[in-house]
Ligand binder design. Structure first.
Ligand code: ARG
Length: 459
């Protein structure tokens, strides 16, 4: 490609070291789409005749078919997808093919290709987030009155509906979707025409190219446009955070599937056995997701580190953007798919959740609130119930099994109606502030999510 200036061939080792075709081949469809739009601008500018432009479009479409059918032979010596396609086109159609790269550099070409690619993948991930939301929502709908202990520090805290716990993940995943849409909006700007770094003396209609490719705007600074990978970093962050959310869900699932919790049973299809211990049923999917999150974080940090030391403008370092990007996209798509499938097939053990949620200590705060409603300052009420808890532990007698006299040893404010507080249903019903887990609230939230998720215009 640069034979003019050089006298010897690039060393084999340098070819192996610098090639990106082994992974950037997947930009082929975006590269071809971009080249077809570029050819239209070259036609408009009079650089190409109509016949030449047609030959280019036809040739590129043929190349696309060859790549998709597996006939196309990618050459490492041609470095990357851009040169592989351009060379194949020139071999196919001759001189017209050699005109395609007019007023274009691989620098603005690759910037365009990655943006086109990210647009598609953002939508694909967004869709999978919705699918997982749906799976979790269905689980909530099928178990509307299952109660679980809510935990802080992984110690039992207060009772909540299991559905409320699941809906917490719908909130996280909704923010993930919102972030992706935001990322999409920011990267949806057309960089072609920026050339290597300073545009070109051959001025093309950039707005035409943008329009053809569905971009609402064109980039305004050629130097920034060829060296900007902010959008890749943003996308990698968005994926990493989704990974972190899935990793937290994984941790919950792993705990729930233990014999100690036994809140859920995962299906045989989504677990694995042990090669040694015949009784084992392991939550490998959740563990892998938790583990792979490390990679997603690593990919983000790798890219940020690559970018941080770069002088303006394009530097070859930027070729290192693709492998982390592709890896994160692949991993998160699979994780979302497998998680949706696994959660849809999980069985909830309501007997076990109820037993755990029936721990009377979960209502200790409700007892303190009982005193507060009768005029006791909260700090004093807290201390009274703390002492009552110590007493209960010492006497090995739960709150409901204690007598009114016993309660009154700790505060004269207790009356016979204190026992009404010690009912799980009453306790849940009472939590009716906005965002709290009363059955009425959770029911309304389920309806809200059903409407939201079933809306056709999700993206
Ligand atoms: N494969 C290259 C990349 O991904 C394309 C741009 C190459 N530009 C250059 N001046 N060597 O960054």
């Amino acid at each position: 490609m640069w034979k003019g200036r050089f006298q010897t061939e690039t060393s084999n080792l340098v070819q192996r070291y610098g090639e990106s075709i082994s992974y950037d081949w997947r930009l082929y469809a975006c590269d071809i789409e971009g080249s077809i739009a570029h050819a239209a601008a070259l036609l408009e500018a009079g650089i190409l005749t109509k016949t030449e432009e047609r030959a280019i479009v036809k040739g590129l479409q043929e190349i696309r078919r060859e790549i998709e059918s597996g006939e196309f032979r990618f050459k490492t010596s041609l470095e990357d997808i851009h040169m592989n396609i351009e060379r194949a086109l020139t071999e196919k159609i001759g001189a017209a093919g050699a005109k395609l790269h007019t007023a274009r550099s691989r620098n603005d070409q690759v910037a365009l290709d990655i943006r086109l690619y990210c647009r598609l993948e953002i939508q694909a991930i967004h869709q999978r987030l919705t699918t997982l939301q749906n799976a979790l929502l269905t689980l909530a709908v099928n178990h509307p009155s299952a109660v679980v202990p809510g935990y802080t520090h992984l110690q039992r805290g207060q009772p909540v509906l299991f559905a409320h716990h699941l809906l917490a993940y719908l909130e996280m995943l909704e923010r993930d979707k919102d972030r992706l849409r935001d990322c999409y909006r920011r990267l949806n700007v057309m960089p072609l025409g920026s050339g290597a770094l300073a545009g070109s003396t051959i001025v093309l209609n950039r707005k035409l190219v943008a329009e053809k490719l569905g971009f609402p705007a064109v980039t305004q600074n050629s130097m920034d446009a060829v060296s900007d990978r902010d959008f890749v970093a943003e996308f990698l962050f968005d994926i990493a955070l989704t990974g972190v959310h899935l990793s937290r869900l994984s941790e919950d699932v792993i705990l729930w599937a233990t014999a100690e919790f036994a809140f859920i049973e995962l299906s045989d299809a989504h677990t694995t056995g042990s090669s040694l211990m015949p009784q084992k049923k392991n939550p490998d999917v959740a563990e892998l997701t938790r583990g792979k999150t490390g990679r997603l974080l690593g990919n983000l940090v790798a890219l940020l580190t690559t970018i941080k030391g770069l002088p303006m403008t394009y530097n070859r370092d930027l070729q290192e953007d693709k492998e982390p990007l592709f890896d994160s996209i692949d991993q998160i798509k699979l994780a979302l798919e497998v998680f949706a499938e696994m959660m849809a097939a999980a069985k909830v053990r309501e007997d076990r959740t109820l037993r755990a949620a029936s721990d009377p200590f979960l209502l200790a705060t409700d007892l303190a609130d009982y005193l507060v409603l009768r005029g006791v300052p909260f700090r004093d009420a807290h201390e009274v119930i703390g002492k009552l808890t110590a007493h209960s532990l010492q006497e090995k007698r739960d709150f409901p099994d204690m007598s009114l006299e016993e309660f009154r040893q700790f505060s004269p404010v207790f009356e016979a109606d204190v026992f009404k507080v010690l009912d799980l249903k009453t306790a849940l019903k009472a939590r009716k502030g906005i965002g709290a887990p009363s059955p009425a609230n959770v029911g309304a939230q389920i309806t809200r999510w059903q409407k939201r998720i079933h809306a056709a215009t999700d993206f």
